[in-house]
Design a protein around this ligand. Sequence first.
Ligand code: PHE
Length: 473
Amino acid sequence: MSAGREHFSSKLGFILAAAGSAVGIGNLVGFPVAAAKNGGGAFLLIYAIFVILICLPVMMAEMAVGRHTNKDPLGAYNELSENDTKWQFAGWLGVITPFMIAVFYMVVTVWIFGYLYQAATGNLAELADPNTFGAFINSSTLFVYMLVVVAITGAILIGGVKQGIERAAKVLMPALFLLLVLLVIYVLTLDNAMSGVSFYLLPDMSKITGEVISGALSQAFFSLSLGMGILITYGSYMSKKQDIADSSKLVALTDTSVAFIAGLMILPAIFSFDPEIDPSTLSDSSVSLIFVLLPKIFLSLQMDIGYAGASAVASLFFLLVFFAAITSLVSIIEVPNAALMEKTKVSRKKSLLTLAAVMVFLSVLASMSFGMSEPLTKLVHYAGADKSLFDVIYDVFYDTVLPLNGLFICLFVMFRWKKANFNKELTEGLEQGSHKMFLAYSDFALKTFIPVILAVVFINTVAIKFFGVHLFF
Ligand code: PHE
């Protein structure tokens, strides 16, 4: 064990921090919309199967690698492969991916914070105007909001594992659950709420296509914070007395429950606003839902509860999403931070300041790629469209590299670190005889079909995203 490495103080602390990472914008908005558009209950079922059969084993693999080595992804790949250069590539990718995803997530979190501020200060009517979002993301006030978000994230991270990450998760996660439950209860009392619930839950098998199935897997992977090195890093702060299988199940259960419950908030809200709505016409992007449709829906509540009431509901919603986003942002920045501290032996503070400087620089550029700067807005052209800097970061790191990182970790654990060592790590902290079937299943799946599925998803995504060709589905 590396001297002086900080650890979470308890199992609960670890679970809340890891669940805080997993619960994010993807759960609260991305998941409900994906489910509504793609077959309701049928999508939910496929999603749940992927979480259990594919994501959970990968999650255990990540946690085991982290806890065994006590290192970030770069250090862990290096240590277990004895500095094999082939695996160093996977290690670097395991640090660069979260760094770049943090840039795009930072941009969206800043928007959320801006909308929270505006809703809370009485400007809901303006937010509900369809032209506001376009103007908002191109206004210079954005950079003031960015400073606030960076300061909050930095203040949490500077506290370290126990006093920073764990403490924040212990406050923000219960607050998030409370806000979510309050909003669900309120939304369910609105007219037509139940048509939204039925639409969300009733299965429609005709919507299930190859693309929907692969979309469900990508959504589950992203939602559980896999392939980002986060669970390797958080695993390295986990006690040897803790059961990895049990912890993985709890994190996955929390994440999936929040995503599911969020559907009970979003869909009834949409249906009560427009009972005739055809959800297949909803935009694919969470962004247009959060920043365009929802503000309109919130404003319409003023007929019932007045402008102040509507503003309060909108503020609570944005606060909920903001809490979810902050705990995710913290976790993803901790990965390159842990790697930088380990590699250069600088203090946490120095490391964070260095990262903040580079990250703010890139986030400013990414924020300017929505029109403020022409060259950044039309940075490159592929698959028949102009792509902005933000699109490129999203397409490359979120869509493409995540399954690749997942593939690397499966191959690495099973064939390089070796399954006997992996299994030995899993038995540390394991209650005698528990999770027997699941561990046997994971062992088999990780060395057989999970890597194959991840490889197919990766190749297919590259073909679609960058060449506009559908290979498998
Ligand atoms: N699981 C997060 C979500 O659903 C994804 C994420 C985690 C993004 C950590 C960034 C950092 O939004």
